[in-house]
Design a binder for this molecule. Structure first.
Ligand code: SF4
Ligand code: SF4
Ligand code: SF4
Length: 337
């Protein structure tokens, strides 16, 4: 990490905990935060600080994310092949300026919640993106090993390896990954029979972190409502803030634990009442058992589907190729770690 970035990260991060009982020096992006090293990161989304950027056309976190990721998706082919047997094509390429939900072109959006709590009305803004779960079922289930949890905490979909089957979305408790059809490797294998595009979601600004920079949304937030740091420190800071505001925390237990901790002055049950779970607009329910944890029936069901699909498509060769890729990837991470 160069000195400028290091200083910048530390300066901004210090601001988060000025009056805290927590050791200030711990709140910075650790030098060992790059993907292959062991320092796990976590983030705080502090709903007591986020004001939804109401004075801007688009919230700062949303617009910077859009800017950073604007060249990720190539133009889809025309016409997009119809997948068999389900004919559903998901094409967002002509709706790139949608900001009020997750799409393949929009990895974060801000939900506005009008909450009634303790006899008072309160507006809470909730930025939503991938939670970067500790045991991400979206990665476990991927039949092509295209989705991976790195040691620094980021869960990243490899766009060159993803077939867009959307099993990751099916198994994600919040249905976070979003599909763009008509792009990706499936077009070169068996389009129409296997795959349907590429899945996209927040990657915790993986490349920026590797270069010692803060994730874009954290750097851009004018209210410093977002914070990143070493996981243990972040957890301690989150719990301390919750204690002081007599507030609530989300993400510590859900889906077996995540690397994203929401803290709020009002209960998440109340916030969740304002959310109708819709495609691309996840809810924030409290009870989220860990998916793909051995006994989870949904996980097993979703896991079975791609295996059968592959068999039907006679794709043994492709499977072999991906197994070799996985071995190589594991070896590479082992060497780097
Ligand atoms: S997290 Fe920050 S940038 Fe995003 S809406 Fe809230 S205040 Fe604005
Ligand atoms: S929130 Fe969903 S997409 Fe993100 S890591 Fe967890 S299971 Fe995967
Ligand atoms: S961490 Fe990066 S990719 Fe994820 S929401 Fe923030 S800016 Fe977007």
């Amino acid at each position: 990490m160069n000195q400028k970035n290091k200083t910048e990260i530390s300066r901004r991060s210090f601001l988060q905990v000025t009056a805290g009982a927590i050791m200030l020096s711990g709140i910075s992006l650790p030098e060992s935060a790059n993907a292959a090293k062991s320092e796990g990161l976590a983030t705080i989304i502090d709903l007591s600080l986020c004001d939804g950027c109401v004075n801007r056309k688009i919230p700062a976190c949303v617009s910077i994310c859009k800017e950073i990721n604007k060249n990720k998706i190539p133009l889809p082919v025309e016409p997009i092949p119809e997948p068999w047997p389900r004919k559903m094509i998901e094409d967002w390429s002509k709706k790139q300026e949608v900001f009020d939900r997750l799409t393949p072109y929009n990895f974060i959006y801000v939900h506005r919640a009008e909450v009634n709590f303790a006899g008072r009305k309160k507006t809470i803004y909730v930025p939503r993106r991938c939670m970067h779960c500790e045991n991400p079922p979206c990665a476990t289930i991927c039949p092509f090993s295209a989705n991976h949890k790195f040691k620094n905490g980021a869960v990243v979909i490899n766009q060159n390896q993803c077939f867009g089957g959307a099993k990751c979305r099916d198994v994600c408790p919040w249905e976070i990954p979003q599909r763009q059809s008509g792009v990706g490797i499936y077009l070169h294998v068996l389009p129409g029979f296997m795959g349907n595009g590429v899945m996209y979601k927040c990657d915790l600004c993986f490349d920026r972190i590797n270069q010692g920079q803060l994730p874009g949304c954290i750097e851009a937030c004018p209210r410093e409502a977002l914070l990143i740091g070493a996981k243990k420190v972040i957890q301690a800071v989150a719990l301390e803030r919750v204690r002081r505001m007599k507030g609530y925390i989300y993400g510590m237990e859900q889906n077996g634990g995540t690397s994203t901790l929401y803290i709020s002055p009002v209960p998440f049950e109340e916030i969740n009442k304002t959310m109708t779970k819709k495609s691309g607009q996840p809810d924030i329910k409290m009870n989220v058992p860990r998916r793909m944890a051995g006994t989870d029936p949904l996980g097993k069901m979703v896991l079975a589907a791609p295996v059968l699909g592959l068999a039907a498509a006679g794709a043994a060769g492709a499977w072999k190729w991906f197994s070799r890729r996985k071995e190589k990837m594991n070896k590479k991470e082992g060497e780097n770690g």
